[in-house]
Design a protein around this ligand. Structure first.
Ligand SMILES: C[S@@+](CC[C@H](N)C(=O)[O-])C[C@H]1O[C@@H](n2cnc3c(N)ncnc32)[C@H](O)[C@@H]1O
Ligand SMILES: [Zn+2]
Length: 397
């Protein structure tokens, strides 16, 4: 057990530490506290060090945007303690950040943090509802390169309004902590929040990302816009997607349904015209159908490669570069994955070794990769029956 500032640190994970809330923390180049003063009743900002990966990826993407466009004006609509404005400014080179936080009790800590790390003419702090902020931007024709919505629950109530405040070509970063809904445990709510039916199956972590992107794509389409995912990440409990908002025609082929056969375990995709005649392509059983959702790429492979190069240049930890490598691999794969445990259960055998299984599937001229969504899963265009056969042969060999 370690002692810092007279307080005990428990375990290795920073979130479990009992740091005084007024203590200075560091993440990237940002130094900040999550509360101002030690007085009882002091408002404490919501901050999780375990969410750093989502902020790291956003900073990389923002920095590349800044390099490409020569400018970066950001709205951080739900800023908490202000760690994101600090990082967008200090690391990604944002020349101006609007830091908004709905809770006015966080004013003291937020302004102290930004005052410490940013010049006065590089930011603005407000305390209003995020939707009001987006409306006022639209009214003043004040459009932004990056809008970050780090909400609790689902961000869908803010997507449409954010689209009124974003520049063409700009980046919209959405966070959802609503995994219960997107994993098929709250069907009515999935229809309410995503305009889609979310059913339960072995690839629900990916479904959470695809429902979120699909919702943004649909909302953008009503305005004549088109979205392109830059990156998508699921970190074990939270779904985050960064999408680019562009002008373009509606891409029907990327918006459809994911069907899962509980009988034989095979996934398939379907478009709107196939609804009503859907059967499992292997055994003919009626599958459970989720959607509509985004069926296109989860990431922009070229952008991911640039992010990886920048992470390398900045000497960021290897694990982040490994994550980006896996994200790059999975970009062009089908919109689902097979957990190894599911392969073991279906084949009534021990769980096969992931990398050997991937190699053998590729030897058979199918595509197969790891996935960042589950380290114990594979993505492949091989039918599940082929995966089972290969997994069995691996055990026999
Ligand atoms: C998940 S926390 C933000 C954490 C912060 N972005 C970070 O990375 O550490 C969400 C914040 O949004 C604020 N919030 C919730 N609803 C809001 C709304 N409708 N408009 C503006 N802020 C809101 C909450 O007070 C809370 O501080
Ligand atoms: Zn089947």
């Amino acid at each position: 057990m370690t002692v810092v500032n007279g307080q005990q640190l428990m375990g290795n994970r920073e979130d479990r530490r009992i740091l005084p809330t007024s203590a200075q923390r560091q993440e990237g180049k940002a130094r900040f506290a999550i509360a101002k003063g030690m007085a009882t009743g002091t408002a404490t900002a919501f901050y999780r060090s375990t969410s750093q990966i989502g902020r790291d990826l956003a900073v990389l993407a923002a920095a590349i945007y800044r390099q490409q466009h020569g400018r970066l004006r950001v709205i951080d609509a739900m800023t908490g303690c202000g760690v994101r404005p600090l990082r967008y400014h200090l690391e990604a080179g944002a020349e101006w950040v609007w830091a908004n936080e709905g809770n006015p009790d966080l004013q003291a800590v937020l302004s102290a943090n930004l005052h410490q790390g940013m010049a006065p003419d590089t930011y603005r702090i407000t305390h209003q509802d995020a939707n009001q902020l987006f409306f006022s931007c639209a009214q003043q024709q004040d459009y932004y390169d990056l809008i970050d919505i780090d909400s609790f629950g689902s961000p869908t109530p803010f997507v449409n309004t954010a689209l009124w405040a974003i520049k063409f070509g700009g980046l919209l970063y959405l966070t959802s902590t609503d995994g219960r809904t997107t994993s098929g445990h709250a069907l009515e709510r999935s229809v309410q929040m995503y305009g889609a039916c979310a059913r339960s199956h072995p690839a629900v972590h990916e479904q959470g990302l695809r429902l979120l992107i699909g919702c943004a794509a649909k909302q953008a389409a009503t305005r004549g816009f088109h979205i392109e995912p830059v990156f998508s990440i699921f970190n074990g409990s939270i779904h985050r997607v960064m999408v680019r908002v562009v002008t373009g025609s509606w891409q029907d082929k990327h918006y459809g349904f994911l069907a899962y056969c509980h009988s034989c375990g095979q996934f398939r995709t379907a478009d709107w015209r196939q609804l009503g005649q859907l059967g499992c392509e292997v055994c003919g059983t009626a599958p459970v159908v989720s959607g509509p959702m985004w069926l296109g790429p989860l990431h922009d492979a070229a952008y991911i490669a640039q992010m990886a190069a920048l992470a390398h240049q900045w000497r960021w930890p290897q694990r982040l570069q490994r994550l980006l490598a896996i994200m790059g691999e999975e970009t062009a794969m089908p919109p689902y994955y097979y957990p190894l445990a599911e392969i073991g259960r279906r084949g009534q055998m021990d769980v096969p070794a992931r990398d050997r299984l991937i190699r053998r599937i590729c030897d058979r001229s199918y595509r197969a990769t790891r996935t960042h969504l589950d380290s114990q899963a594979i993505k492949t265009n091989a039918p599940l029956a082929v995966c089972l056969e290969i997994a069995r042969s691996l055990r026999a060999g």
